[in-house]
Ligand binder design. Structure first.
Ligand code: ZN
Length: 244
């Protein structure tokens, strides 16, 4: 099976469309999402509709959970909070019900998906180091788990020949035959934060046992204008071109 994995779309329709076009070119058979469909950006309804139309299997992110009122907004900084409140004002009850129906984690035949960590997904903790990733790697049953949340691609690995040590790599091609477990952060479609403004996504070929992290340019100006026109904080538009 050839999977396309995307996440942290954050209501960025131009970036989402561009990644979905890339999936078509790459021969993706099934699309998975590590969550945060909404928040920050100005096209939440369109992004939800597109993911539902393509029957994407989506887990919930912290912004999705906040929009449906299940996380206290005190956990969010001021611009994130403003975007959550704006998103709540434009979504229909039915769209909110869809967000509220999203699971914290999901398994396919070949991989697992979560937003932040796998061991306590409801806490939405960040994995930014090997130590952060250890509890998730400890509970992994399938060979690969895809996550998001930090908006920075990063892979943590436990190798067959050294299973007690956690290694990390920023390589864009990962050979899963060498590892017992791999925890792969696929980066962000709609708001990358590694100073590379291009949308990020992953391709996973379960037959070849390989993962690729890819980047693709999209129309940043169009999306920034949509954010400005919606009256959202200007920094949410400006940051897209900077990749922060
Ligand atoms: Zn996010």
């Amino acid at each position: 099976m050839r999977y396309g994995i995307l996440g942290d779309v954050h209501s960025n329709l131009s970036a989402l469309r561009t990644v979905l076009e890339a999936f078509e070119r790459e021969g993706v058979q099934r699309i998975l999402s590590v969550g945060d469909v909404v928040g920050y950006g100005a096209a939440p309804r369109e992004c939800i509709a597109l993911l539902r139309e393509l029957d994407v299997a989506v887990v919930r992110g912290n912004h999705d959970t906040a929009v449906v009122g299940e996380i206290d907004l005190l956990y969010f900084n001021q611009v994130a909070r403003q975007a959550v409140v704006w998103t709540q004002s434009v979504l229909s009850d039915e769209e909110c019900a869809w967000l509220a129906s999203l699971p914290y984690t999901l398994d396919t035949d070949h991989c697992t998906v979560s937003h932040g960590t796998l061991h306590r997904p409801e806490l939405f903790d960040y994995i930014q180091s090997t130590t952060d990733g250890d509890p998730s790697l400890d509970v992994m049953e399938l060979p690969v788990c895809f996550v998001g949340h930090t908006h920075v691609p990063l892979t943590l690995l436990r190798m067959h020949d050294d299973p007690l040590r956690t290694a990390y790599t920023t390589a864009t091609e990962i050979d899963l035959t060498e590892s017992r477990h791999a925890l792969v952060n696929v980066g962000s479609v709609g708001q990358p934060r590694d100073e590379d403004p291009r949308a990020a996504y992953a391709i996973y070929d379960s037959d070849l046992e390989r993962v690729w992290i890819r980047r693709v340019s999209y129309d940043i100006e169009a999306e920034a204008n949509r954010i400005r026109k919606a009256g959202l904080p200007g920094m949410l538009a400006d940051r897209l071109a900077l990749g922060v």
